[in-house]
Write a protein that binds this ligand. Sequence first.
Ligand SMILES: [Zn+2]
Length: 54
Amino acid sequence: MPLYEFFCEKCQKEVALTMTIKEREAGSARCPECGGSGLQPLMATFYSKTSKKS
Ligand SMILES: [Zn+2]
């Protein structure tokens, strides 16, 4: 499952969330700290091997 990193505007800190792509696209990301939805996506990090770009 992909790990997404967000920046919570309310907490002023970065949070990492593991969620499905479906949840991600649905915009259902919630800060685990404050439960707020004011999350700015930083970058997507995947547990799986990074695909080679040739
Ligand atoms: Zn927060």
